[in-house]
Design a binder for this molecule. Structure first.
Ligand SMILES: C[S@@+](CC[C@H](N)C(=O)[O-])C[C@H]1O[C@@H](n2cnc3c(N)ncnc32)[C@H](O)[C@@H]1O
Length: 280
Protein backbone atom coordinates (compact mmCIF):
# COMPACT_ATOMS: atom_id res chain seq x y z
CA UNK A 1 0.00 0.00 0.00
CA UNK A 2 1.39 3.37 -0.90
CA UNK A 3 1.58 6.00 1.79
CA UNK A 4 0.09 9.48 1.42
CA UNK A 5 3.00 11.92 1.52
CA UNK A 6 1.34 15.26 1.99
CA UNK A 7 0.76 17.59 -0.94
CA UNK A 8 -2.51 17.11 -2.80
CA UNK A 9 -2.60 17.49 -6.54
CA UNK A 10 -4.75 20.46 -7.58
CA UNK A 11 -8.19 19.74 -9.01
CA UNK A 12 -8.69 20.94 -12.58
CA UNK A 13 -10.46 24.15 -11.47
CA UNK A 14 -7.70 24.98 -8.93
CA UNK A 15 -5.03 24.41 -11.55
CA UNK A 16 -6.17 27.46 -13.55
CA UNK A 17 -3.66 30.29 -13.24
CA UNK A 18 -4.81 33.07 -10.88
CA UNK A 19 -5.74 36.48 -12.39
CA UNK A 20 -2.64 38.02 -13.91
CA UNK A 21 -1.46 40.79 -11.60
CA UNK A 22 -1.32 44.35 -12.88
CA UNK A 23 2.21 45.78 -13.24
CA UNK A 24 1.39 48.81 -11.06
CA UNK A 25 -1.47 50.34 -9.08
CA UNK A 26 -1.89 53.48 -6.97
CA UNK A 27 -3.41 53.23 -3.51
CA UNK A 28 -3.37 55.05 -0.17
CA UNK A 29 -2.13 54.30 3.34
CA UNK A 30 -4.79 52.70 5.49
CA UNK A 31 -5.64 55.90 7.43
CA UNK A 32 -7.46 57.41 4.55
CA UNK A 33 -9.00 60.83 4.43
CA UNK A 34 -11.07 61.99 1.51
CA UNK A 35 -8.49 64.57 0.36
CA UNK A 36 -5.72 61.97 0.26
CA UNK A 37 -7.92 59.55 -1.63
CA UNK A 38 -8.83 62.22 -4.19
CA UNK A 39 -5.19 63.22 -4.59
CA UNK A 40 -4.13 59.60 -5.15
CA UNK A 41 -6.99 58.92 -7.60
CA UNK A 42 -6.20 62.03 -9.66
CA UNK A 43 -2.49 61.15 -9.70
CA UNK A 44 -3.34 57.64 -10.91
CA UNK A 45 -5.61 58.99 -13.67
CA UNK A 46 -2.92 61.42 -14.81
CA UNK A 47 -0.36 58.59 -15.11
CA UNK A 48 -2.85 56.15 -16.67
CA UNK A 49 -2.40 53.70 -13.78
CA UNK A 50 -5.33 51.93 -12.01
CA UNK A 51 -6.35 53.29 -8.59
CA UNK A 52 -7.43 50.85 -5.87
CA UNK A 53 -9.23 52.40 -2.90
CA UNK A 54 -7.82 51.03 0.33
CA UNK A 55 -9.44 50.38 3.68
CA UNK A 56 -7.73 49.35 6.89
CA UNK A 57 -8.56 45.67 6.46
CA UNK A 58 -6.76 45.45 3.14
CA UNK A 59 -3.05 44.85 3.90
CA UNK A 60 -0.45 46.02 1.39
CA UNK A 61 0.98 42.48 1.33
CA UNK A 62 -2.36 41.13 0.15
CA UNK A 63 -2.62 43.80 -2.54
CA UNK A 64 0.88 42.90 -3.70
CA UNK A 65 0.18 39.18 -3.68
CA UNK A 66 -3.16 39.35 -5.45
CA UNK A 67 -3.47 42.55 -7.42
CA UNK A 68 -0.25 44.17 -8.57
CA UNK A 69 3.49 43.66 -8.84
CA UNK A 70 4.16 47.15 -7.48
CA UNK A 71 2.20 49.79 -5.59
CA UNK A 72 2.60 53.55 -5.34
CA UNK A 73 1.21 54.36 -1.90
CA UNK A 74 0.09 57.90 -1.05
CA UNK A 75 0.33 58.78 2.65
CA UNK A 76 -0.60 62.16 4.10
CA UNK A 77 3.06 63.28 4.30
CA UNK A 78 4.87 60.86 2.00
CA UNK A 79 4.78 58.73 -1.13
CA UNK A 80 6.27 55.23 -1.36
CA UNK A 81 6.93 52.64 -4.02
CA UNK A 82 6.35 49.13 -2.69
CA UNK A 83 7.26 45.86 -4.40
CA UNK A 84 8.22 42.32 -3.36
CA UNK A 85 11.80 43.48 -2.67
CA UNK A 86 10.90 46.30 -0.29
CA UNK A 87 9.67 49.84 0.21
CA UNK A 88 11.22 52.94 -1.32
CA UNK A 89 9.87 56.02 0.42
CA UNK A 90 10.60 59.19 -1.55
CA UNK A 91 13.29 61.31 0.05
CA UNK A 92 15.29 64.25 -1.32
CA UNK A 93 18.31 62.00 -0.71
CA UNK A 94 21.55 62.76 -2.42
CA UNK A 95 20.16 65.89 -4.06
CA UNK A 96 19.67 67.39 -0.62
CA UNK A 97 23.31 66.76 0.38
CA UNK A 98 24.59 68.27 -2.87
CA UNK A 99 22.42 71.35 -2.35
CA UNK A 100 23.81 71.75 1.19
CA UNK A 101 27.31 71.82 -0.31
CA UNK A 102 26.25 74.48 -2.82
CA UNK A 103 24.60 76.51 -0.04
CA UNK A 104 27.90 76.31 1.87
CA UNK A 105 29.65 77.85 -1.16
CA UNK A 106 31.44 74.67 -2.29
CA UNK A 107 31.45 74.86 -6.11
CA UNK A 108 32.50 71.20 -6.62
CA UNK A 109 29.23 69.72 -7.87
CA UNK A 110 29.85 68.06 -11.26
CA UNK A 111 26.58 69.37 -12.70
CA UNK A 112 27.83 72.88 -11.99
CA UNK A 113 31.34 72.16 -13.22
CA UNK A 114 30.31 70.51 -16.48
CA UNK A 115 27.05 72.29 -17.36
CA UNK A 116 28.09 75.65 -15.86
CA UNK A 117 24.42 76.33 -15.00
CA UNK A 118 23.69 79.99 -14.30
CA UNK A 119 20.86 81.85 -12.62
CA UNK A 120 17.79 82.27 -14.80
CA UNK A 121 18.60 79.40 -17.20
CA UNK A 122 16.03 76.88 -18.42
CA UNK A 123 16.98 73.22 -18.00
CA UNK A 124 15.36 70.11 -19.44
CA UNK A 125 16.32 66.99 -17.47
CA UNK A 126 15.36 64.12 -19.82
CA UNK A 127 15.90 61.41 -17.17
CA UNK A 128 14.40 62.41 -13.80
CA UNK A 129 15.09 59.14 -11.91
CA UNK A 130 15.06 59.90 -8.19
CA UNK A 131 15.31 63.62 -8.92
CA UNK A 132 18.76 64.41 -7.46
CA UNK A 133 20.14 66.16 -10.56
CA UNK A 134 16.84 67.97 -11.15
CA UNK A 135 16.91 69.34 -7.58
CA UNK A 136 20.52 70.48 -7.97
CA UNK A 137 19.70 72.10 -11.33
CA UNK A 138 16.72 73.91 -9.72
CA UNK A 139 19.05 75.28 -7.02
CA UNK A 140 21.68 76.34 -9.58
CA UNK A 141 19.29 78.24 -11.88
CA UNK A 142 17.48 79.78 -8.91
CA UNK A 143 13.92 81.15 -8.63
CA UNK A 144 14.24 83.05 -11.93
CA UNK A 145 15.18 79.87 -13.82
CA UNK A 146 13.09 76.87 -14.84
CA UNK A 147 13.55 73.10 -14.66
CA UNK A 148 11.38 70.59 -16.50
CA UNK A 149 12.10 66.91 -15.86
CA UNK A 150 10.87 63.95 -17.91
CA UNK A 151 10.32 60.41 -16.64
CA UNK A 152 9.09 57.49 -18.72
CA UNK A 153 8.58 54.89 -15.97
CA UNK A 154 5.08 55.38 -14.49
CA UNK A 155 6.19 54.11 -11.06
CA UNK A 156 9.13 56.53 -10.82
CA UNK A 157 7.13 59.38 -12.33
CA UNK A 158 4.42 58.98 -9.66
CA UNK A 159 6.87 58.51 -6.78
CA UNK A 160 9.17 61.39 -7.61
CA UNK A 161 6.68 63.89 -8.98
CA UNK A 162 4.46 63.64 -5.90
CA UNK A 163 7.43 63.24 -3.56
CA UNK A 164 8.98 66.48 -4.86
CA UNK A 165 5.62 68.24 -4.53
CA UNK A 166 5.58 67.40 -0.82
CA UNK A 167 9.00 68.95 -0.13
CA UNK A 168 9.36 72.45 1.27
CA UNK A 169 10.66 74.72 -1.52
CA UNK A 170 14.29 75.88 -1.12
CA UNK A 171 14.14 79.70 -1.19
CA UNK A 172 16.99 79.85 -3.74
CA UNK A 173 15.58 77.21 -6.11
CA UNK A 174 12.90 77.17 -8.78
CA UNK A 175 10.04 74.66 -8.83
CA UNK A 176 10.55 71.47 -10.86
CA UNK A 177 7.89 70.68 -13.45
CA UNK A 178 7.72 66.90 -13.85
CA UNK A 179 6.27 65.41 -17.05
CA UNK A 180 5.41 61.76 -17.69
CA UNK A 181 6.99 61.33 -21.12
CA UNK A 182 9.49 59.51 -23.25
CA UNK A 183 12.39 61.89 -23.81
CA UNK A 184 12.87 61.05 -27.50
CA UNK A 185 9.21 61.69 -28.29
CA UNK A 186 8.98 64.79 -26.11
CA UNK A 187 12.08 66.42 -27.62
CA UNK A 188 10.51 66.19 -31.08
CA UNK A 189 7.56 68.34 -29.90
CA UNK A 190 9.79 71.18 -28.63
CA UNK A 191 10.86 74.29 -30.57
CA UNK A 192 14.52 74.88 -31.41
CA UNK A 193 16.37 76.50 -28.49
CA UNK A 194 13.44 75.92 -26.07
CA UNK A 195 15.91 75.22 -23.21
CA UNK A 196 19.40 76.46 -22.40
CA UNK A 197 20.69 73.08 -21.26
CA UNK A 198 19.37 69.54 -21.86
CA UNK A 199 20.56 66.82 -19.49
CA UNK A 200 20.67 63.02 -19.92
CA UNK A 201 21.52 60.43 -17.28
CA UNK A 202 20.10 57.24 -18.80
CA UNK A 203 20.31 53.68 -17.49
CA UNK A 204 23.61 52.68 -19.02
CA UNK A 205 24.08 49.00 -19.73
CA UNK A 206 26.58 48.11 -17.05
CA UNK A 207 25.94 49.44 -13.58
CA UNK A 208 27.61 48.54 -10.30
CA UNK A 209 25.71 47.42 -7.23
CA UNK A 210 24.73 50.43 -5.14
CA UNK A 211 22.35 51.84 -2.53
CA UNK A 212 18.94 50.29 -1.78
CA UNK A 213 17.27 53.36 -3.33
CA UNK A 214 19.26 52.95 -6.54
CA UNK A 215 18.52 49.20 -6.63
CA UNK A 216 14.79 50.05 -6.40
CA UNK A 217 15.24 52.63 -9.16
CA UNK A 218 16.80 49.92 -11.31
CA UNK A 219 13.86 47.56 -10.85
CA UNK A 220 11.39 50.19 -12.08
CA UNK A 221 13.44 52.28 -14.50
CA UNK A 222 13.00 52.45 -18.23
CA UNK A 223 15.96 51.02 -20.13
CA UNK A 224 15.38 52.49 -23.61
CA UNK A 225 18.86 52.99 -25.04
CA UNK A 226 19.86 56.57 -25.76
CA UNK A 227 20.29 56.91 -29.53
CA UNK A 228 22.39 59.27 -31.62
CA UNK A 229 19.13 60.66 -33.15
CA UNK A 230 17.83 61.62 -29.70
CA UNK A 231 21.12 63.30 -28.81
CA UNK A 232 21.00 65.28 -32.09
CA UNK A 233 17.40 66.28 -31.36
CA UNK A 234 18.49 67.41 -27.88
CA UNK A 235 21.23 69.56 -29.47
CA UNK A 236 18.51 71.28 -31.53
CA UNK A 237 16.38 71.91 -28.40
CA UNK A 238 19.34 73.08 -26.27
CA UNK A 239 20.50 76.66 -26.85
CA UNK A 240 23.77 76.33 -24.94
CA UNK A 241 24.63 72.67 -24.26
CA UNK A 242 23.62 69.04 -23.95
CA UNK A 243 25.14 67.36 -20.89
CA UNK A 244 25.37 63.57 -20.59
CA UNK A 245 26.25 61.44 -17.62
CA UNK A 246 27.29 57.79 -17.85
CA UNK A 247 29.15 54.94 -16.23
CA UNK A 248 32.85 54.37 -16.80
CA UNK A 249 32.04 50.65 -16.88
CA UNK A 250 29.76 50.81 -19.91
CA UNK A 251 30.46 51.13 -23.62
CA UNK A 252 27.53 53.47 -24.20
CA UNK A 253 29.44 56.74 -24.71
CA UNK A 254 31.68 54.92 -27.16
CA UNK A 255 28.67 53.47 -29.03
CA UNK A 256 27.21 56.99 -29.31
CA UNK A 257 30.54 58.32 -30.61
CA UNK A 258 30.75 60.77 -27.70
CA UNK A 259 34.03 61.68 -26.02
CA UNK A 260 33.62 62.16 -22.24
CA UNK A 261 35.34 65.00 -20.40
CA UNK A 262 38.67 64.08 -18.76
CA UNK A 263 38.03 62.55 -15.31
CA UNK A 264 40.04 61.35 -12.34
CA UNK A 265 41.26 57.74 -12.81
CA UNK A 266 39.03 56.53 -9.95
CA UNK A 267 35.90 58.33 -11.18
CA UNK A 268 33.07 55.83 -11.81
CA UNK A 269 30.80 58.42 -13.43
CA UNK A 270 31.82 60.13 -16.66
CA UNK A 271 30.35 63.34 -18.04
CA UNK A 272 30.20 64.70 -21.57
CA UNK A 273 29.16 68.06 -22.98
CA UNK A 274 27.99 68.78 -26.52
CA UNK A 275 27.19 72.18 -28.04
CA UNK A 276 23.62 73.42 -28.51
CA UNK A 277 22.28 75.69 -31.26
CA UNK A 278 23.99 78.87 -29.97
CA UNK A 279 27.34 77.37 -30.99
CA UNK A 280 26.37 76.99 -34.66
C1 LIG B 1 20.01 56.84 -13.95
S1 LIG B 1 18.36 57.37 -13.71
C2 LIG B 1 18.51 59.12 -13.54
C3 LIG B 1 18.96 59.52 -12.18
C4 LIG B 1 18.80 61.00 -11.97
N1 LIG B 1 19.76 61.76 -12.77
C5 LIG B 1 18.93 61.38 -10.51
O1 LIG B 1 19.69 62.31 -10.21
O2 LIG B 1 18.24 60.75 -9.68
C6 LIG B 1 17.64 57.25 -15.30
C7 LIG B 1 16.14 57.53 -15.30
O3 LIG B 1 15.74 57.90 -16.61
C8 LIG B 1 14.53 57.25 -16.94
N2 LIG B 1 14.49 57.12 -18.40
C9 LIG B 1 15.22 56.27 -19.17
N3 LIG B 1 14.96 56.45 -20.47
C10 LIG B 1 14.04 57.46 -20.54
C11 LIG B 1 13.38 58.10 -21.62
N4 LIG B 1 13.62 57.75 -22.88
N5 LIG B 1 12.52 59.11 -21.34
C12 LIG B 1 12.29 59.48 -20.05
N6 LIG B 1 12.86 58.89 -18.99
C13 LIG B 1 13.74 57.89 -19.22
C14 LIG B 1 14.62 55.93 -16.21
O4 LIG B 1 13.32 55.37 -16.01
C15 LIG B 1 15.29 56.33 -14.91
O5 LIG B 1 14.35 56.72 -13.94
Amino acid sequence: MSQYTGRMLPRAADARPPHPRLPLIVTTSDRVDTDLSTRARLAAEDAGVPFVARHHKLPLKKLLAETAEALVVFESEAVSLVDAEGVLRFSPGLGHLRIRQLDAGVPEDMLLRIAGLREGERVLDCTLGLGADAQVAARLVGPSGAVTALEKSPALYLLVRHGLEGLPRHPAACAIRVVHADASEHLRTLPTGAFDVVLFDPMFERQRKSSAAFEALRRHADYSPLTRETVTEAQRVARRAVVLKGSRYSQDFKKLGIQPEPARPNATVLWAKLPGTAAS
